[in-house]
Write a protein that binds this ligand. Structure first.
Ligand code: FES
Length: 107
């Protein structure tokens, strides 16, 4: 199996990609309906989009909604797991990081 993306017009399943656009920290990011926010972030070349309390970069770790490493703010809703949320056209995504002090305030 090829790792290459099969363009919709060449896909034997006759899929119809419907494009969408979100903004990530003010930058436009294009994708197709059905992708998760994490999928769009990864496809746009972002492999880490926040930092944990230790300062270590965080992005997708489990990819199934268990580890909470992929948290982002979506349309002003904090702590959304990017691997579990499907992107919607017009979503405004901001990356987020907490300092250790902020983590104490949230517990
Ligand atoms: S990558 Fe683990 S919860 Fe999203």
């Amino acid at each position: 199996m090829s790792p290459k993306l099969v363009r919709a017009e060449h896909d034997a399943t006759s899929r119809r990609d419907r494009p969408l656009r979100i903004t990530v920290d003010g930058e436009p990011v294009d994708g197709i309906q059905g992708q998760t926010l994490a999928g769009l972030l990864l496809a746009s070349g972002r492999h880490a989009w926040r930092h944990g309390p230790s300062g270590a970069p965080r992005g997708v770790f489990c990819g199934i909604g268990v580890c909470f490493d992929c948290l982002v703010t979506v349309n002003e809703e904090r702590d959304v797991r990017a691997c579990r949320r499907r992107a919607a056209d017009g979503d405004v995504v901001t990356t987020q990081s907490r300092t250790p002090r902020q983590d104490e305030e949230h517990t």
